[in-house]
Design a protein around this ligand. Structure first.
Ligand SMILES: O=C(O)CC1=CCC(=O)O1
Length: 94
């Protein structure tokens, strides 16, 4: 199942710089592990914003929730999830 996810990051401006750097490093490692596992096939920066558009490929909405809730930045994110269905006009390869 594919899900389009928008994440807006809201780190407090007064967050300790070392804590901020650690959070971002752990977020990067976590996201790269999921990208390599194939369940986070798209990760795009939204130009001009501290936000991203992502596509997740997971087995269920509960799995997606667990992956999102495990993000080190999760306490600082606003997340909007959109479930993606197959479009009837999509050309199927083969
Ligand atoms: O910077 C972001 O958009 C938040 C984020 C998601 C995965 C990652 O590495 O950073």
């Amino acid at each position: 199942m594919l899900f389009h996810v928008r994440m807006d990051v809201h780190l407090p401006p007064d967050l300790d710089e070392a804590v901020r750097a650690d959070l971002i490093a752990r977020e990067k490692a976590y996201s790269q592990r999921l990208q390599r596992a194939g369940c986070w096939p798209h990760l795009w920066r939204i130009a001009g914003e501290y936000a991203n558009y992502s596509v997740f490929d997971v087995g269920s909405i509960d799995e997606l929730h667990d992956l999102l809730a495990g993000l080190p930045l999760f306490p600082y994110l606003t997340v909007k999830v959109t479930a993606l269905a197959t479009h009837p006009s999509k050309v199927v390869a083969g």
